[in-house]
Design a protein around this ligand. Structure first.
Ligand SMILES: Cc1cc2nc3c(=O)[nH]c(=O)nc-3n(C[C@H](O)[C@H](O)[C@H](O)COP(=O)(O)OP(=O)(O)OC[C@H]3O[C@@H](n4cnc5c(N)ncnc54)[C@H](O)[C@@H]3O)c2cc1C
Length: 449
């Protein structure tokens, strides 16, 4: 019998520049491509599940319908499939996430009982989490020095698709794709080809990225986050196309933030849902019934602050929100409504197609001032002045808040007497809540920085 190996796909749903697949193809005469529909996915939000299902369908098509879907606990599924096909090894891209690490340890243990190694290769990052260290071996706590060392360490050039002899669904029983998720969100970017097309279209505009990335009304960012999150494209493939220029450097740094947050979460897994800076545990947050009601208004986009409502409605309608607006809605939840950042983070994970534990929790902790940022106390975003600055002609708000679409220019951000009856008054007074937030930060000593 030909030597058979299993390639277990997870957050690496592509064929090109796939180091684990390349190693599997070099090791086995035939490769069984597997995706496990894990019951743990049940907690993921519908948009993310729908994106994953669409990406899997494209991957399956790209390999000629050979992708084997099995449903169940990964340890049980892998041990049983490996025995069934007489696998010599199971190949994976190393997963540095909290759940992925414990799942893979359990799978490796189950496979070892039948003498099959779980071979983890590469990572979903340009530089694997846990690799960038100070001279004394300790991790970097803040981004800028991390990024410098991350860049200096560098990454390999991307490699082409390997030649693989698939031995999959046309030979083996298959449980079928994950259950269909009904969603109205566009999934047009959910394939390896679409991700590369999107990147090629965006590449000429990277030179303007520094100037346009903060403007939510324009297409100034790549919109590749879901593709990167699911590994339709590896960050190495994007970084390889960057040139020395301010726009390109800034874009590279943003990918660096993704790697930094993955590194922080890898080293401090408890920071997924707990303050990285434990001193901030003492800061009072509201979590009573009134707080819950305030949260609901934030979540559905009826706060009466147009830029906040536009962001929350963009998220609900598209499964994505512009980064500048993520920061504004986050700041509003934490510093104007005084709610726990974890409530916002959970809502984001339920609704984002790019929902990623490390980027999301640490994006939230950055906003809340509980994470890696050295001077969070100074940043309480004023939603109206931020809107006037970054959506100066009001186009973003008009697009997502139809009640205000008849208002021209920047009037949408502060409609005053022009506010229509169909749109609520501001649910809080920003100036008063800013003082309240400052008092709370001071109460734990943050104000003394
Ligand atoms: C509160 C909050 C929550 C967030 N949650 C997530 C999340 O769950 N998943 C996620 O991928 N990003 C998250 N981000 C980061 C960022 O908002 C998105 O990555 C970005 O908006 C995606 O759009 P884009 O692909 O057009 O980004 P671009 O501007 O084109 O950036 C290119 C890529 O770099 C990465 N990136 C960019 N900015 C960041 C950043 N600040 N942190 C980490 N990676 C970044 C993404 O992979 C992105 O696709 C969050 C940010 C905040 C403030």
């Amino acid at each position: 019998m030909s030597r058979t190996v299993v390639m277990w796909f997870r957050r690496d749903l592509r064929l090109a520049d796939h180091r684990a697949l390349e190693a599997a193809a070099a090791d086995g005469a035939r490769v069984v491509p597997l995706f496990v529909v894990d019951p743990a996915f049940a907690v993921s939000g519908a948009p993310r599940k729908a994106f994953m299902a669409a990406a899997l369908q494209s991957l399956d098509e790209a390999m000629g319908g050979e992708l084997v879907y099995r449903h169940g606990n990964p340890s049980t599924v892998l041990a049983s499939l490996a025995a069934e096909v007489g696998a010599a090894a199971v190949y994976v891209t190393a997963d540095h996430g909290c759940y992925g690490q414990s799942r893979d340890a359990a799978v490796a243990a189950a496979l070892s009982t039948i003498g099959v190694p779980l071979v983890a290769i590469d990572s979903n990052y340009a530089v694997a989490p846990g690799t960038v260290k100070k001279g004394d071996g300790t991790p970097y706590a803040v981004f800028t020095p991390f990024c410098k060392v991350w860049r200096a360490r560098g990454w390999d050039a991307p490699r082409a698709e390997s030649d693989v002899r698939w031995w999959g669904a046309t030979h083996l029983p298959c449980d079928g794709p994950p259950p269909v998720v009904n969603t109205t969100i566009s999934l047009s970017g959910a394939s390896e080809d679409a991700a590369h097309e999107q990147w090629q279209e965006f590449l000429p505009h990277v030179q303007d990225y520094r100037d346009r990335r903060d403007l939510p009304a324009v297409d100034g960012t790549s919109r590749l986050s879901a593709a990167v999150r699911w590994g339709l494209v590896h960050p190495r493939q994007l970084l390889a196309d960057l040139e020395p220029s301010p726009g390109h450097d800034t874009f590279g740094n943003e990918l660096g933030w993704r790697e930094f947050y993955a590194d922080v979460l890898y080293r401090r897994p408890e920071s997924a849902w707990r303050n990285l800076n434990r001193k901030m545990d003492a800061m009072p947050v509201d979590d009573d019934a009134a707080a819950r009601a305030r949260f609901e208004r934030w979540a559905v986009g009826t706060t009466g602050y147009p830029i906040i409502d536009a962001g929350m409605r963009q998220l609900a309608a598209t499964g994505w929100m512009h980064n500048r607006v993520r920061m504004l809605v986050g700041s509003f939840l934490v510093k104007d409504l005084h709610l726990p950042w974890q409530w916002g983070a959970r809502h984001f994970l339920r609704h984002l197609i790019d929902g990623d534990l490390a980027s999301n929790s640490h994006g939230w902790q950055w906003v809340a001032g509980t994470g890696t940022d050295a001077s969070p106390y100074f940043r309480i975003f004023n939603p109206t002045t931020q809107a006037l600055r970054f959506d100066s002609d009001g186009g973003y708000v008009r697009r997502w808040v139809p009640e205000l679409a008849h208002l021209s220019g920047s009037t949408v951000h502060d409609p005053g007497l022009l506010r229509p009856a169909s749109y609520p008054d501001p649910m809080v007074d920003h100036a008063a809540e800013r003082d309240e937030a400052m008092a709370r930060y001071r109460s734990v000593g943050s104000g003394s920085r």
